[in-house]
Design a protein around this ligand. Structure first.
Ligand SMILES: [Zn+2]
Length: 260
């Protein structure tokens, strides 16, 4: 017989769990292996696989939690709205409830909005919770869809771009605009708070247009009604915001600031 040939025999094993079992045993070189219950071996293998799967799942959860935390840290959501979700929003009038519903749907269907590049305009009375709702959407986008979202006031966006006009700036205007073009969702707040120069109108257009061309959704927030907002931001900005299924929510209810 060739030394490489393996001998095989059937052993009887008396397993305390499974009783008498007939199991295959192999002779490797001179020694017969230990006979162990085949059912116990099978059960242990299944248990090992389950343990492995559990640890893989918990590793995946740790990775996911860390990625979400990083995205939240970079979102620049103002501390006042950090952790304030759509669920915390008190809709005390029918139109507030309708506005909340639109925001909820927008957040829930964000992946679809991202595919189509559908934006949102929240405009109207001050103190009606527009920033709260937009930050609530941004937090859902990050923690439920693992997408990136950035919040900025329009003033901060203007400053960031205008800073690049300085002779010693190491960042180009394009770089500054791409900063706002990169996130999956961009929230631009306080539109119309300050006087809008032609330069500022152009900056806002560049940001909105670059996102529009990349099919990335933008949320614009303003205390102005839609007509003065259109005048302020420019028709071409508002046109792009309305395309690809973009929505407008008019906040025409009374301010609840101070009562909430
Ligand atoms: Zn057994």
């Amino acid at each position: 017989m060739s030394p490489f040939e393996i001998e095989e025999r059937t052993d009887q094993v008396n397993c305390p769990v499974h009783g008498l079992r007939e199991v295959k045993n192999l002779k490797l070189f001179a020694d017969w292996g230990n006979s162990v219950c085949d059912l116990c071996t099978e059960e242990r293998k299944i248990k090992d696989d389950q343990t492995m799967e559990l640890s893989r799942a918990s590793e995946e959860k740790v990775r996911r939690d860390r990625a979400i935390r990083n995205k939240l840290d970079r979102s620049a959501i103002p501390p006042r709205f950090d952790g304030r979700t759509l669920d915390d929003f008190a809709a005390d009038t029918p139109s507030a409830a309708a506005g909340l519903l639109t925001c909820r749907q927008y957040a829930a269907e964000f992946l679809d909005r991202l595919r189509r590049g559908s934006s949102l305009i929240l405009c109207g009375n001050a103190g009606t919770g527009k920033t709260h709702l937009a930050c609530g959407i941004a937090q859902d986008v990050i923690s439920k869809h693992e997408k990136s979202a950035i919040y900025s006031t329009v003033g901060r966006a203007f400053r960031k771009v205008k800073d690049t006009y300085r002779r010693d700036s190491r960042v180009s205007e394009e770089d500054a605009i791409s900063f706002f073009a990169v996130p999956d969702l961009l929230v631009i707040d306080e539109i119309g708070v300050q006087y809008g120069s032609e330069t500022e109108k152009n900056i806002l257009f560049e940001i909105v247009n670059e996102r529009y061309e990349a099919l990335k959704p933008t949320i614009l927030i303003s205390n102005l009604a839609i007509a003065p907002l259109t005048e302020y931001a420019g028709e071409r900005v508002i046109d792009r915001m309305k395309e690809n299924g973009g929505k407008l929510i008019v906040f025409d209810w009374k301010s609840h600031r101070g009562t909430a």
